[in-house]
Design a protein around this ligand. Structure first.
Ligand SMILES: C[S@@+](CC[C@H](N)C(=O)[O-])C[C@H]1O[C@@H](n2cnc3c(N)ncnc32)[C@H](O)[C@@H]1O
Length: 307
């Protein structure tokens, strides 16, 4: 099992964070700390608060704390950002980083049930203390709920066929493992679709994982808090890995950095914008990085500055 997560666009993240050694920062998704270590290396009196909802990630962060006493570690959801900063008496911070989704370590820990490559119980919880699991979603959600999840979180065009297959299988017995779920998906789809490129269970697994961890709701709540918690000249840098996450970031940053539309026939009021995006288009990884780390292929980096 791999304990490795290669950080994506590390150089670009550091460029857009523009670390000031005496300021305080937040890495909202510690993972295995690749990005956190790069930030810590640049801090002098500044502190870095790191968050992760995964206990194994938190254990790794606590080990790192031995070398960096200015590291604050919190096992929580990043949607608790504001209360965490309040708890540590931080009125605002110089920068906040979020690297969304699951880490390579989580995917490679077969028993976590995130991957269709390993046989395991249907779990997919990033936070091991959470009660809702993939088993509950797959076996107890209504057909309408499952259709919604597969269409919206998985952008799965074959959602109807897959949900029909799931309901049929559930009549016989609960679907208990990742491989059982893969078999149900495969037997729900015609040969023509199974022959297409890509694993037939990929989008369903992504959709169920997003539902289990309520990823989009937490990200939306986090983004509002993160941009509100920046000190003047503070920056929020985001890394997203699919269009649903990227859309949330893009829309939130756009709403903060563009003047509201007004009726041109009415007297115009001057609007002072408080935020500025730091690039025109989202930043993507170069081919060299994608060759070394295929995970970088779907990554998009966005950054915003509080004026
Ligand atoms: C892509 S990895 C981060 C990798 C990290 N940047 C590194 O260099 O090792 C995402 C991490 O964020 C955590 N995570 C995802 N969503 C979260 C949330 N809503 N709250 C807290 N942690 C979250 C996951 O448990 C995972 O460890």
């Amino acid at each position: 099992m791999s304990e490795q997560h290669i950080p994506v666009m590390l150089k670009e993240c550091m460029h857009y964070l523009n670390i000031q050694p005496t300021l305080n920062y937040v890495d909202a998704t510690f993972g295995r700390g690749g990005l956190s270590k790069a930030i810590l290396e640049q801090l002098t009196t500044g502190k870095l608060s790191v968050i992760d909802q995964d206990l194994a990630a938190i254990e790794a962060a606590l080990r790192l704390q031995k070398d960096y006493p200015n590291l604050i570690v919190e096992h929580t959801n990043y949607s608790e950002l504001q209360s965490l900063l309040h708890k540590h008496n931080l009125a605002c911070v110089g920068g906040i980083l979020v690297d969304c989704g699951v880490s390579s370590v989580q995917l490679d820990e077969g028993e976590r049930g995130f991957s269709y490559r390993f046989d395991a119980k249907l779990d997919m919880r990033m936070n091991q203390n959470q009660t809702l699991t993939a088993y509950d979603v797959v076996n107890t959600y209504t057909p309408a709920q499952l259709l919604h999840i597969l269409y919206t979180y998985g952008e799965e065009n074959n959602a109807k066929m897959i949900v029909r297959g799931l309901m049929k299988a559930r009549e016989v017995k609960p679907i208990e493992t990742t491989f059982e779920l893969v078999d149900v998906i495969k037997s729900s789809l015609p040969a023509k679709i199974l022959k297409q490129q890509g694993h037939p269970a990929k989008q369903t697994f992504q959709a169920i994982r997003i539902a289990v961890n309520q990823e989009l709701d937490h990200l939306e709540s986090f983004l509002k808090q993160a941009t509100a918690c920046l000190c003047p000249q503070g920056r929020c840098v985001t890394l997203t890995f699919h269009s649903l996450e990227d859309r949330l970031v893009k829309q939130h940053f756009k709403a903060l950095s563009t003047p509201p539309k007004t009726n041109k026939r009415l007297p115009q009021q001057e609007v002072t914008l408080e935020y500025q995006t730091l690039h025109a288009k989202a930043i993507v990884a170069d081919e060299h990085e994608i060759d070394i780390n295929p995970r970088a292929k779907s990554a998009k980096l966005r950054a915003i500055l509080k004026l």
